[in-house]
Design a protein around this ligand. Sequence first.
Ligand code: SAH
Ligand code: SF4
Length: 440
Amino acid sequence: MKYHIITFGCQMNISDSERVASVLESMKYKKTSNINEADLIVVAMCSVRQTAVDRVHGLAPKFKKMNKINKNLKTVLTGCVLKKDKRNLSKIFNYIIDIKDIQKISDFLEDKHGVKFRSSEILRQKDYLNIMPNYSSRFSANIPIMTGCNNFCSYCVVPYSREKEISRPAEEIVCEIKNLVKNNYKEIWLLGQNVNSYKDCACQCDRTDNCKEINFPKLLKMINSIPGNFWIRFTSSHPKDFSDELVKTIAGCKKYKHYLNLPLQSGDNNILRKMNRPYTAVQYKNLVKKIRKAMPDISLSTDIIVGFPGETKKHLENTVKLFRDIRFDMAYINKYSPRAGTSAAKLKDSVSPAEKKHREKVLTEILKATALSHNKKLIGKKIIVLIDSKKNNIYFGKSEGYKTVKIAQESRLKTNCLIGGFSRVKITNANPWGLEGILI
Ligand code: SAH
Ligand code: SF4
């Protein structure tokens, strides 16, 4: 029996899929990258924007066609699924299973002979985050340290699809990373909708005075002290939870590489208030100042939403101003997408699609210029690159600042370059979206 997984969305969804794969392999399913060969198709979906939901609906004709050829084909939907989408999507999928209950997939499926699957160690796990994932990379691992979100930004479905914040025990996270490092993993991504509100009440005291709570900075220090040559990265972090202790900790952790995604969403205080983002543009700017003072070489990215209900040209100007001032290295610029059930969905989606596109373009142009000027400063520098892929005989990798680096072909002949290993590279060229270099 063969399975095929389709993943839409962020690193958290990729991480979900790695757990789904692990559950299926424990049931003796074999992975196939060819969807047409599959007996079981699992879709890990994202609900953050309507376009992602539409893509899942778009699978219906394909499934119909496949069902005609393979009558036993089963389809399962999981990931970030909203209650209100379930009814419609249940017309396309045989089963919709909450990611938190993914072990229960065995209750629905039978093997070739119509026999139910025997309960394995994995299928008996109560908490899905305890399932050892089937990592999709052999050198870069996604480790969810927490899931859910308590922030209820007015536009966002995550608190509804992922529900309340739950942190994984620090001891378990450290143990997983130790094993990965032993197995030569070079990049550890700590994941969560809001990683910096991580809290493990390790003493299980119900938060009395002597509570030995492990917060995010403490967790980072524990991971940083694991012996071995590896990089630590994390995403996403919320500006409101970015404490002085966290700034000091990341500046002091040698294994934390200086790349930070710090979602701003808007540079206008009125819009930030309507978004339920509890900081002002000046507070965000001061936080960036503090972070850059502690780590002058930090590469900074952000998330922005353009066209939030009621966003006028004046409001956008404030975002443009902040965007110019901060000079981001990278930004994920999203066009506002109304999500039913969120409080912003009650407001009129006042900005037209064409205007949203225009606003996205305005910010992208600024980003192009600021990213290029940051990248140009790296020309002539010798940096470490984690090589991650090879296309048409050209190697690619990521710098410590998470910039894509293209390795010139001829330099490979002189030095060995391994996918999944660190290489020293001299940067010879720069563009807004990446760097080029030669191996040294
Ligand atoms: N926890 C992170 C973001 C997680 S969602 C934070 O605090 O910012 C990833 C990104 O999707 C968000 O940063 C936001 O820019 C975008 N996003 C979320 N809901 C959206 C919506 N309704 N329309 C457009 N973009 C949205
Ligand atoms: Fe969504 Fe992030 Fe806000 Fe949580 S903090 S509601 S995940 S945008």
